[in-house]
Design a protein around this ligand. Structure first.
Ligand code: 5GP
Ligand code: ZN
Length: 113
């Protein structure tokens, strides 16, 4: 996807503050952090949202969750705790139409919502 900002970051076409990457996923710092640690995890493949993982049998969801745990270790929040969330669709407030998990941590995040 040429006009997708997260595809472009994953490809290296535009700079991202990358914290971890492998063959399938890239983690980079959110441009507008909402916590001391705020990292976005995206698949290299252009998948629009979590809804599009339904029916896939390639194990990408499991790999994604394992990668998220590695990212939490990399940024030093695995033991202190963190929140991993993905926004889906209009009510979820999804602004970028490329599946991404937010990893937030580095402080007490308080109650959810
Ligand atoms: P959403 O609302 O879609 O779940 O979250 C999109 C996130 O992407 C926001 O937290 C926003 O700050 C971040 N974001 C949008 N454009 C860019 C960008 O060009 N680079 C980076 N690193 N983050 C971005
Ligand atoms: Zn994309």
């Amino acid at each position: 996807m040429d006009d997708c900002i997260f595809c472009r970051i994953a490809r290296g076409d535009i700079p991202g503050d990358i914290v971890l990457e492998d063959a399938d996923f890239v983690a980079f710092r959110d441009i507008n952090p909402k916590a001391p640690q705020h990292v976005l995890v995206v698949p290299r493949e252009h998948i629009i949202s979590l809804n599009d993982l339904e029916g896939r049998s390639d194990g990408i969801g499991h790999l994604l969750l394992r990668f998220i745990v590695k990212v939490t270790e990399q940024v030093g929040v695995k033991e202190s705790g963190y929140r991993a969330l993905t926004n889906v669709g209009p009510d979820g407030g999804q602004e970028v139409q490329h599946l991404h998990f937010h990893i937030l941590g580095g402080e007490d995040l308080g109650d959810f919502r």
